[in-house]
Design a protein around this ligand. Structure first.
Ligand SMILES: [Zn+2]
Length: 269
């Protein structure tokens, strides 16, 4: 609380964002003098409240090349905090260039493996948001899609994982196998009536299926098109233009939303 009351450290516009916390994990962001002052506040309050922050479990990552920045030492109480050139915070590895290696993140995080991560998202919105018009219906569809692509849509396996396997990961609709993203979008027989109508239309938009008629696409490929077709825009779908990718994404959001509605409806029965 004391840290939030002071105005040192990093800001976003006029909002102070110098000490983001998650459970018992705290990060300090700012110029060297801000950081040391904040460390002193932490030392004072933790001592008063009789809790201990272990300086050996804390690390300093400097993103500036300036000599003064590089040579500055930081202490928590008497102890100096170790400097590192990369560190892991909330599961994400950051380096001294203040950059997250997005390719590595995509490879190691199974929840975002279908997501195409862009270099400059502020100048150019992600394909998922390009097809969204400013109305409730479109935003609702994009919301479902965003949760699916980031692994935060509550499938049974997600619930199982968050409950440390206290809850079953078995699909509540067909009660046969575990409900993961592939089962939900491609396999669950209880959702086949909705899926069947949409799947071919979606694939026809990729133009690829015109070559071989009713070709048997690999499940993983179909899943990638539904989840984020822009990830294939440099490889299999390189023949498509930006507008084509937006059109596919638009249809994919319809498919996902309809599957979501059917799933919710069946679960309520
Ligand atoms: Zn099922």
């Amino acid at each position: 609380m004391q840290l939030q009351a002071v105005t040192w450290g990093a800001t976003l516009g006029t909002i102070c964002v110098a000490s983001p916390t998650c459970a018992d994990d705290i990060t300090l962001l700012g110029e060297p003098q801000d950081i040391q002052a904040m460390l002193n506040i932490i030392k004072f309050h933790t001592k008063r409240d009789m809790v201990k922050i272990n300086p050996e479990k804390s690390e300093v990552l400097c993103s500036s090349k300036g000599k003064n920045y590089q040579q500055k030492t930081y202490t928590l109480g008497e102890k100096q905090i170790n400097r590192v050139d990369k560190l892991k915070h909330l599961g994400i590895t950051r380096n001294d260039k203040s950059k997250v290696n997005t390719d590595e993140e995509c490879l190691t995080k199974t929840t975002i493996k279908y997501l195409s991560i862009q270099e400059n998202p502020t100048e150019n919105p992600h394909n998922i948001w390009k097809c969204v018009r400013n109305n409730q219906n479109d935003i609702r569809k994009a919301d479902v899609k965003s949760r699916l692509i980031t692994g935060t849509y509550m499938l049974q396996t997600t619930k199982g994982k968050f409950s440390k396997n206290q809850r079953s990961g078995i699909c509540e609709l067909c009660t046969k196998v575990e409900e993961d993203i592939k089962h939900f979008l491609l396999e669950c027989q209880s959702l086949e009536s909705v899926r069947e109508k949409q799947r071919n239309k979606l694939l026809s938009l990729t133009v690829l299926n015109r070559r071989g008629g009713k070709a048997n696409y690999k499940q993983e490929y179909v899943l990638q098109i539904i989840m984020d077709c822009s990830k294939l825009s440099t490889t299999t779908l390189s023949h498509l233009k930006t507008d084509d990718l937006i059109e596919i994404e638009k249809h994919s959001q319809n498919v996902c939303h309809q599957m979501h509605k059917k799933r919710t409806e069946l679960q309520a029965q």
